[in-house]
Ligand binder design. Structure first.
Ligand code: MSP
Length: 486
């Protein structure tokens, strides 16, 4: 049986259309899925949209639409954007789908039957933007939500609560022992300090939120949007609380190998989610890859500021490959970073058009001109082997940015070797002919290797390279891979 690899992205709120922050986590997961697939693993890659709760209901009302209609429209925008970016997901789950609701209802019933929930009164500060309660110490000095810079609403209501306490020390142990891996390290420490600082039980239902899935054992309440949204990771696999009817994909792919999520939602994914899974008798995901936040020109992306970068605009200008590359090649995974949109053209031209594009074109030209398209198998030079190794290591760890660096440096090093050797001069003298052919053969092999490494990031260009360089008896020019952009 093939080893399996299951990677997830957060499911995005449909209050607004996708921006590059969403595109980033989706692309990260897409690259990991493509790479693991290329290593012979059977992969499942899930994406989706988070469509219930007060935040979405408010956005729909503001747009003057019924929530059902509104969520269909915005979810479609996510699907269109992912298609434009060449995201190869196995499935797209929407929390308004029946298949999701069925799983959530059975999961909640199981929690109730096994005594993991209780009824209680809750009074707390709720931020609709985050769809979560905040404790006093989590708010900023002005008493505002640190993300939305707004004072949360004081809410007092009857809720059902999840008994988190029995799982706290087990989760701490799992994190400390590496059974539950978290990257980067600083996020792991943050989560550990929340766990050790004393964390309260959380509510699994809401009393006055009309747009949601009813709690099956108390239908006056709806299930708290986060609690049902987290379950998308298993509903997409067809989980069934009844083992006799367990979904084939759930049996095959759970637990997830990598869950990609943003630093703002680590409490939900690395504390609440593992606890819910444990309560339901399920295994916890193996690795949590936690991304940072993009700002644009020093500011948080916002409609009011007009600085939201739409991935569709990047695709229109740079093509799917170019857009993918520019979004992924900004910062190391896990780091926050400020995006300077005016640098996109420069980076695209430098890395893709000039470095990679030029290399492929010049090596293909030499192969046809000096070798009539026929090359012999040769070994790579040692430094290429080193790039390959660091590339594979980075991909294995989900360090997509480091992997990109390795490919770019690898291409630059082949370009440099060509400059140093000066094949155009050697070609003038017949005496160098066999050595020249050998050199070109080496470069052909190296470019083919670069094509393979590029496959997760720029799949269209990579496929063209592979096609043009696959047959040693017919190496040909794949054409312009990355046209220069002004
Ligand atoms: N719906 C929840 C997730 C539920 S998962 C069970 C949610 N949605 S979100 O649309 O607000 O954010 C989804 C992801 O996008 C988060 O991982 C978040 O960190 C990421 N980003 C949102 N804005 C971002 C930037 N400006 N930069 C980078 N990523 C950011 O939270």
């Amino acid at each position: 049986m093939k080893p399996t690899f299951y990677v997830t992205t957060p499911i995005y709120y449909v209050n607004d259309k996708p921006h590059i922050g969403h595109a980033y986590s989706t692309l990260l997961a897409d690259c990991l899925s493509r790479w693991h697939g290329a290593q012979g693993e059977e992969t499942f890659f899930s994406v989706g949209t988070d469509e219930h709760g007060a935040k979405i209901a408010e956005a729909a009302a503001k747009a003057g639409k019924k929530p059902e209609v509104f969520v269909d429209e915005v979810s479609a925008e996510f699907q269109t954007a992912w298609k434009a970016l060449n995201i190869e997901a196995s499935d797209f789950i929407r929390t308004t789908e029946e298949r999701h609701k069925t799983v959530v209802v059975s999961f909640m019933n199981k929690l109730k039957a096994d005594g993991h929930v209780y009824e209680g009164e809750y009074e707390g500060m709720y931020c609709v933007g985050c769809e979560r309660f905040y404790t006093e110490r989590e708010l900023n000095e002005k008493g505002e939500c640190p993300d939305h810079k707004r004072k949360p609403k004081l809410i007092k209501e009857k809720n059902w609560f999840f008994k988190l306490q029995p799982f706290v020390s087990e989760i701490i142990r799992d994190i400390e022992s590496g059974k539950m891996e978290m990257y980067p390290e600083k996020r792991k420490n943050e989560v550990l300090s929340v766990l050790r600082g004393g964390i309260e039980d959380f509510s699994v239902s809401r009393q006055n939120v009309a747009w949601g899935i009813p709690l099956p054992f108390d239908t006056k309440q709806n299930i708290y949007v986060w609690v049902e949204a987290l379950q998308n990771y298993i509903s997409v696999l067809g989980y069934n609380a009844d083992e006799a009817h367990q979904g084939a994909n759930f049996k095959k792919f759970w637990p997830a190998n990598v869950q990609v999520l943003g630093k703002d939602i680590s409490k939900f994914h690395c504390i609440f989610w593992p606890a819910l899974l444990k309560a339901a008798g399920l295994r916890v995901s193996k690795r949590f890859l936690i991304t940072g936040f993009f700002t644009v020109d020093g500011q948080k992306m916002s409609k009011t500021l007009g600085n939201v970068i739409d991935p569709n605009d990047l695709v229109a200008k740079f093509g799917a490959d170019g857009a993918r590359y520019l979004i992924l090649a900004q910062f190391a995974v896990g780091e926050d970073g400020d995006i300077k949109a005016e640098k996109f053209v420069e980076k695209y031209n430098a890395d893709l058009a000039n470095n990679i594009g030029n290399l492929v074109s010049r090596v293909a030209t030499m192969a046809t001109k000096y070798c009539a398209g026929v090359v012999a198998a040769t070994k790579f030079r040692k430094n290429i082997g080193e790039y390959k190794k660091s590339f594979a290591k980075a991909m294995e760890q989900g360090q997509v940015y480091d992997a990109i660096e390795a490919v770019i440096q690898c291409a630059a090093s082949v370009n440099k070797a060509i400059e140093v050797y000066k094949p155009w001069e050697k070609a003038k003298d017949e005496a160098h002919s066999s050595e020249l052919k050998k050199m070109v053969s080496t470069w052909v092999g190296e470019v083919a290797e670069i094509g393979t490494m590029l496959a997760p990031f720029t799949p269209e260009a990579a496929a063209k390279i592979t096609q043009a360089f696959a047959d040693p008896n017919h190496i040909h020019n794949p054409g312009i891979l990355f046209p220069k952009i002004k």
